[in-house]
Design a protein around this ligand. Sequence first.
Ligand SMILES: C[S@@+](CC[C@H](N)C(=O)[O-])C[C@H]1O[C@@H](n2cnc3c(N)ncnc32)[C@H](O)[C@@H]1O
Length: 329
Amino acid sequence: MLVDTYGRVATDLRVSLTDRCNLRCTYCMPEEGLQWLAKPDLLTDDEIVRLVRVAVTLLGITEVRFTGGEPLLRPGLTGIVQRCAALEPRPRLSLTTNGIGLKRTAAALAAAGLDRVNVSLDTLRPDVFKTLTRRDRHADVVDGLQAARTAGLTPVKINTVLMAGLNDDEAPELLAWAVENAYELRFIEQMPLDAQHGWKREGMITAGDVLESLRTRFTLTPEGDDQRGSAPAERWTVDGGPHQVGVIASVTRPFCHACDRTRLTADGQVRNCLFAREETDLRAALRSTAPDEEIARIWRLAMWGKKAGSGLDDPSFLQPDRPMSAIGG
Ligand SMILES: C[S@@+](CC[C@H](N)C(=O)[O-])C[C@H]1O[C@@H](n2cnc3c(N)ncnc32)[C@H](O)[C@@H]1O
């Protein structure tokens, strides 16, 4: 098991498959992109599958989420999914993606064993999408969402970040559209994880703002805490149900006490928290003759030192050196 000194047990593994992305969301990456990881530094497909196997067979991981960067840019994605789906015990497999290219790949990913997807979409307006992501790909994302639903990668969840003055008036519209299309919408508070270090607490749209805006059009009934478990999203039933909407208040209502996550970067570093300033190298062990048990031991040690909280509210908080896209969101 992956236990920390506060008694939390990590069962959910986020695996970043690449730090590259084909969008340039303003809250994530600068227009010119970033210095990408060098190919030899990236874990190979075999190395990723081996680490997932160690996590599942020796460390109690039951959920694996592939992310990035943009995981659909990883050429071997379908094969990685297929090999992870063949593991015993079989982990639940999901993908966080911007949806570009999903129209083409959703059916193959489902056939390979992917269970479901989270697609990021911040706006219903193509012009706002272009401003926010610096790319004119809104229609591709909408097509990708539809393909995911058709392929049975359900529930299809949508991740939305609202930005003041850009798309913060769209919450009710987005929810109405999600309900109509059977997507589960989750709003995520903007976090200080952008490469440009441009995040400001004063300017962010909070969970409270989102709920106030949604309540102008919908009746929201909170889901009981007993049903939330370690899920980061607080959920509300919309207009009596069955549809629900989630809000991930990472900044204003952090859920660190119930965190069940461990993260693996595309270059083989374990992170015990999105906001951690330290990483633990597994790649060196992988590329030596270390047996699985030794890799598991290093991973356990990395998780043992997990801090109680993200430290966001501490005046001495320092943003991690790597941005969200390089950590794996
Ligand atoms: C970093 S992306 C990686 C996966 C994939 N490319 C995608 O778009 O979903 C994962 C999620 O992180 C979100 N994200 C990126 N930077 C963020 C930030 N500073 N605060 C909150 N969410 C952020 C994105 O909107 C997306 O939903």
